[in-house]
Structure formats: C-alpha cells, structure tokens
Design a protein around this ligand. Sequence first.
Ligand code: SF4
Length: 308
Amino acid sequence: MLTTTPTLHERVLAWYDEHARDLPWRRPGTAAWGVVVSEFMLQQTRVDRVLPAYVLWLERWPTPAELAAAAPGDAVRQWGRLGYPRRALRLHAAAAVMVERHGGEVPSSYADLRALPGIGDYTAAAIASFAFGGRHVVLDTNVRRVLGRLVGGEALPPPAVTRAERERAEALAPPDPLGPRWAVATMELGALVCTSRAPRCERCPVLDACAWQRAGAPPYDGPARPRQRYPGTDREVRGRLLAVLRDAVGPVTPAALAAVWPIDDQRERAFASLVADGLVPALTSAQPDPAPSNQRMPDSSGETVRQQ
Ligand code: SF4
C-alpha cells in the first residue's frame, strides 16, 4: 500500500485540479470566517442549497463580531430553510466565543476550534485544514467512503468512524503542504465520482488501484445503517412550527401553530423540543429566556407567542 501512496496522491490531486467545483469557500483569499460558515452549513445540507444561503449570510455578517452583535433570533431567521436550525444558534454562540476569547478572530488551532460551540472533531479538523493549512485527518462521509473502497475494499464505511479508519487515513495523508488539498480532493472525489449508490468508476483516477473494484465490488455486509426519514416525523413538525415562528411579523396565535399539524401530542412534543433547543426563546425574545424549559406551547387560553 505504501509504495502506491505517492501515485494515489498525484492522481487524485491532478483529478481535483481538473474537476473540482468552483465553490466560494474554496476560493483563494477566503477568510477563515467564511470557511467556518460553510462548514456549519454543510454539516447536514447539500452544497446546492448551501450556496445562496452562504452568500447572504456573509453579506449580512462578514465577521464573527458582526454576527455576535446580532440577536440569536436573527441568526435563526437568516438560517431560513437550511434545516437543523440549532446550527444557527451554535454558529452565533461560536462567534460570541471568538469575540470573547480570540479577539474576534477564528482561532487557528484544532484544540481552540474544538472548544467552540457546535464544532466537533470533523469540523475542527476541516477548519484547521482548509482555513489555516494544518495537517489534520478530515473524515467526512465522502472521504470515508472513498478510502473505504479504495484501500479497504468495503462498499460502505461503518455507521460511525472507527479507530482503524482514522489510522488508515493518517497513514495515507501526504506530507506537508499537501494535506489540505488531499483532504478536499478526496472529499470532492467522493461527492462527484465515488458516490454512495452509483459510483462512476469509469471516471475514477484511481480505478486500477481500487481494492473494492479488484474484489468484484462486493455489497455492504456491515451493521444495518439508519435510514433517514422525514415525512411524518417530529422533524417535519418542528420545521413547520419553526416556519410559522420565523416568518411571523407579529404575534403568533395558538391557532396558527395548531394549524400546522393535526396531532396534538406530536405537535406539543415538537414544540417542547424547539423550546428546549433554545429556538423558540431566540425567535420570541431579543434576549433568550434563561430558563427556556419553563416555556410551554401556547394553549387555548389565548396566550400568544410574540415576535419582536
Ligand atoms: S474505482 Fe470506483 S469505487 Fe473505487 S475509488 Fe474509484 S469511484 Fe470509488
């Protein structure tokens, strides 16, 4: 494996040079804050949906300090329909910590990034690598799938990152200064060619070295993988309730909230989870309620949720 590594690097990097998408957060001169915003948005959302939201976000808040000075509810409203809106609150909280502890700058070390709200192992490694050129193993879904097939001969990686995967990725990472480009190139190869359901192996720059193809492309035989479902779930109800709160220009009536979903128990459970996540307080107050768990869904008594 080690004797083929330089060739893998050269071929994947050459493919990336020719085929990489022109994404704004990858352009030379992109500020570290732009990389942070992109990584938060891309955590759960496809690139095509992130692109317009990313541009608008940075137009409104071009620095961490400007976002930190805004109300958390404005961040949730600006997040719009990107999904998983807690990310907006966490990004706002991360910006506040950057102001408080880092002079309004994005910290460059993995440890400082990892300590920010909403930033886990992957995101800290990605920001340290893409914004600051650090040599970190960046293991997103696409990279895991590429390395799992190319080197491990597996159709799909296990549901959660394993130590073996991390060690394999570290062993494969090229020496400085190629680490960040290798990370983004394998990520792009996974997004465009080595896709989950129908890899375009005939277009792959490392087809002849691919362990999975050499093994005859065996099917996945690991643990059952959780299936993402949306219709009818609490996530859908949360999204509908949040849309009413986010888009309202005045007080929100109980009837308006009740109209979004006919099952009372599920609607109330979804609302309670929005309260617990801080999203209702953020959208109904300039200053989030310090005890949001006390907040309850408005009932037929006529109590309303007010918009600022
Ligand atoms: S040959 Fe196919 S399966 Fe192997 S790395 Fe390339 S795209 Fe993925």
